[in-house]
Ligand binder design. Sequence first.
Ligand code: ARG
Ligand code: MN
Ligand code: MN
Length: 314
Amino acid sequence: QSVAVLGAPFSRGQKRRGVEHGPKVIRDAGLIERLSGLDYSVHDFGDLHFHHPEMDEPYMGVKFPRTVGAANKMLSGAVSRAIGAGHTLVMLGGDHSLGIGSVSGHAQQCPDLCLIWVDAHADVNTPMTSPSGNLHGQPVAFMLKELQDKMPDIPGFSWTKPVLSSRDLVYIGLRDVDPGEYHIMKNLGIQYFTMRDIDRLGIQRVMEVTLDHLLARKQRPIHLSFDIDAFDPSLAPATGTAVNGGLTYREGIYLTEEIHNTGLLSVMDLVEVNPMLGANHEAVEATASLAVDVIASSLGQTREGAHASIGVPP
Ligand code: ARG
Ligand code: MN
Ligand code: MN
């Protein structure tokens, strides 16, 4: 079993500088060592080098469209190659606009993938509904087939094509959804679990329904897109759009354990860690180390221990 790690130091999908340093702080928190300890052969593909055009005027309110479009095109190719080479991939962001490239590269190799979006936000604004114009609030709109008649031709995105139907997607952790996004989720009948739903049902039932919704008809590759702001800000303070009342540590770990237990995780994104936004060094380290815990748990670290891999006879 081999895991590839790919850094995407990119921040133009939102307005706060610093999230481009996410890959570095997550690696510094010991990611590669942790994954090696889980008995994977780990291939660190390093960080992508993005080009930033000098002129990139907003288009219909959308900010940095060409910059975000080009970065995602590059990411999409890299993800597709890694999956084609047989790796499970961990993509380190960067802001959540990178979901566009990550999911579309994954879909090139695995057209039947399903998507679990763990986030305080739905990130399904279209350029028309977006209150901010920030593309990290819009990635899911680019992926959904049912929304394409509502998507204008944005410069930088001519290479994209929608790869998902609304029934291939489940949200977990929502608590800050814009009016246009609510309308889209309801209209398309997207399965979602807000923090209130987690309060009512418990994380165990939420995962049962999530995996049943996505996998009951057939087993297929899972794309997990994990925005660190899904966690409560007390656990993950170093992020750009923190919202109170998020996942507990144990809910986050249970969620990822259940995804690992399917044996179907194919690509995982870990995005929106911004080391320039922690109140102090400890806050940044706590956020980065939480990111490492969630990635390790998604890839099979358990709380019940494991058999030693060294010195076990064949
Ligand atoms: N819904 C808001 C917007 O569209 C916030 C999105 C935050 N997204 C994120 N990936 N943190 O701008
Ligand atoms: Mn978010
Ligand atoms: Mn997000």
